[in-house]
Design a binder for this molecule. Structure first.
Ligand code: AMP
Ligand code: MG
Length: 425
């Protein structure tokens, strides 16, 4: 971004994302137990406090042998001991001998390989016959093969997944430092809005944005606070905004509606009057052009999201989601993108990055994307049934049927470390 003019009028999605991420740096640290750690991000490296396995163990149910004894197969060996998982072997395996051994049991002294039971046959005299010769080390898990005492097993910034929880339990990390979750407030604005608990008035517009945004925030593991609906009146709006900007309570304020340039769109001037520095208020995207972003002196973030229900959700995906993930300590900030073939042509008016709601199916060649139908930014159902957002670069006029393009997935819990599309003008 090289001029103020660019900030105001012609900011690309990519530049707007970078601007948001530059300011999304408020982070807290807390301690959680392993039971509550799923989805959190580790603040510190985690080291192993033990060797795992703690000794050479068998990887199979079978027999511990001396590989040299089997050089001339078939061979019969005498069983000197039975070793179960949890047992310590009492004897050393000598020439012509073997030990019956279970998976996870320590390999006895003298033995240097394990033969699985399926490759053996008991003889009438009690000895065991081995059909084939074997390489030293066969089916033995070596001491420290999965973890070494003192080794860094997880690095700071790792997300706690079910696999990570298993590793943490292995090294007996019953509690650990993780990044806190930012607190988020959501405010709807508009005289025309009807609250969820108000009786149905056919001439009003139901406040859906507060709830769709709530769901988007909850999907990231954060429980937001709904501040209600402010009327399009500067004083009432200021009262509500002041609550949302209170840094003791909230790190991030999402304001729905009132950010465009109509005479009753008071959000931007009121935020400025309350001391918010506006960083941008338009992005070259469709839907979502009138999206605003500002910061408070305490490092709080304010997003002015467009009132149109689809625009509100699309802007959340592009700007709010990466900001919240960064504040939660994640390294992967963006929704996963996949390449998909288009089932039909997609035409756009060039100039703005366009996000088209699509349904994805798979065929033998990969993903196929199909529009959910009308792309009007007021039609929320098109968002409700969408699997993803097809990204159409603003520099293009769209795509032909069969073209391959990036689709940002809306569902799922997987994220990636860059936006996965150009988003440039
Ligand atoms: P605005 O951004 O305030 O100009 O609103 C643009 C459009 O979005 C208008 O048609 C509004 O009625 C609609 N809208 C604004 N806020 C909400 C909301 N909270 N829920 C549903 N629709 C809304
Ligand atoms: Mg409005």
């Amino acid at each position: 971004m090289n001029s103020n003019n660019q900030q105001r009028g012609h900011l690309s999605v990519a530049d707007a994302q970078a601007e948001v991420l530059r300011h999304a740096d408020r982070r807290t640290v807390e301690t959680v137990t392993l039971e509550r750690a799923l989805g959190r991000v580790l603040v510190e490296d985690i080291r192993s406090n033990r060797d795992q396995p703690p000794y050479d163990v068998s990887a199979m149910d079978g027999f511990a042998v001396r590989a040299a004894d089997l050089a001339t197969a078939p061979t019969a060996l005498t069983v000197i001991e039975d070793i179960q998982a949890g047992d310590m072997p009492k004897q050393t395996v000598g020439a012509g001998q073997c030990a019956r051994i279970m998976t996870g049991a320590p390999v006895p002294r003298g033995a240097d390989a394990v033969i699985r039971v399926e490759d053996t046959r008991p003889l009438a005299d009690g000895r065991i016959e081995f059909q084939k010769s074997v390489k030293t080390g066969n089916d033995i898990r070596k001491l420290g093969e999965s973890l070494r005492n003192g080794q860094t097993v997880l690095t700071a910034g790792s997300e706690v997944t079910p696999g990570v929880i298993g590793v943490l339990a292995t090294v007996k990390a019953a509690q650990m430092a993780v990044f806190g979750r930012p607190s988020v407030a959501i405010l709807a604005t508009g005289n025309e809005l009807e609250a969820l608990d108000e009786p149905l008035d056919p001439y009003k517009i139901p406040n859906s944005n507060s709830y769709a945004l709530m769901g988007q925030v909850q999907a990231l593991g954060i429980e937001p606070t709904l501040l209600g609906i402010a009327r399009d009146d500067p004083e009432e709006l200021a009262r509500y905004l002041r609550r949302g900007l209170d840094h003791e309570h909230f790190d991030v304020l999402l304001v729905s509606g009132g950010s465009s340039v109509g005479v009753h769109d008071h959000v931007r001037p009121t935020l400025e009057a309350l001391g918010v520095t506006m960083r941008f208020w338009r992005v070259e995207m469709r839907p979502g052009h009138p999206v605003a972003f500002g910061t408070t002196v305490d490092g709080g973030l304010v997003f002015g999201l467009p009132g149109n229900p689809v625009s509100s959700m699309v802007c959340f995906e592009q700007f709010v989601l990466p900001a919240l993930r960064q504040m939660m300590g994640h390294r992967r900030l963006f929704r996963r993108t996949v390449e998909a073939r288009l089932a039909h042509p997609v035409k756009i008016r060039p100039g703005r990055t366009e996000f088209v709601r699509v349904v994805l199916e798979r065929d033998a060649h990969g993903y196929v994307a199909r529009s959910t139908g009308t792309q009007s930014s007021g039609v929320l159902l098109s968002m409700a049934v969408a699997d993803g957002l097809l990204v159409v670069p603003g520099a293009s006029e769209g795509f032909a049927e069969g073209d391959v393009a990036a689709v940002q997935l809306l569902d799922g819990t997987t994220f990636q470390n860059d936006a996965g599309f150009e988003g440039r003008l």
